[in-house]
Write a new protein. Sequence first.
Length: 273
Amino acid sequence: MNFIDKLNAAWRSNDSLLCVGLDPDLERLPEQMRDRPDGIAEFCKAIIDATADLACAFKPQIAYFAALGAEDQLETVCHYLKQRYPHIPLILDAKRGDIGATARQYAREAFDRYGADAVTVSPYMGFDSVEPYMEWPDRGVIVLCRTSNAGGSDLQFLDVGGRPLYQHVAQLVADKWNRHGQCALVVGATFPQELAQVRALVGDMPLLVPGIGAQGGDIEATVKSGRTADGAGMMINSSRAILYAQPQGDEDFAAAARRVAMETRDAINQYRA
């Protein structure tokens, strides 16, 4: 099953547009896990188990693992997800962007080493820096378009032939780069008007939407701006708000994460129709 087919199936089976981001911050892990050599992996596996029936995708951010020299634990997490929950897409958030020969090695890292169903990439160096990822025709290539950070406007709003650069990127990916029908775009929840404009340009292409939760994106505006006609079309990511949810009563960290994930999934679903 290719990335898009798996994503469509996950949207339906879990009735969810929620993507759970895995950004393990050692200082915020439960105390009993901080000194364990496999603590990061065990934390992420517990989060996965607690939220797997609520998510349409999981998105580990590679920098949170690599900064701690924990790439082996990232491999463990990815292998666990693929073995236990093979029906849920695994998106490696790497935001790679480099020349073709180097891009091919990044693609091998994402797809062969970590077994990702999709990877995030930067379009800044043009199509020949993205094309190597398409040598895996069943895997997703998720291209940065209108990012959720305020500084994204420094470049993404530059005028390109009478329209902002992010719209040019969206059109380019939709019309020319999407060779195998496995492309998607990153568009931030913090800019719902731009999200609606991208949706109008790319039809039903999936959008990875960061920016709700800790970044403050409005769920109602996000869903209404980015949903497709069938009430799907988005992977709305939440990371820190779920991972580090404050336990209530006798909850442990995983139960707290599940509660917040369920609240978020249900809040999103209010506006899908």
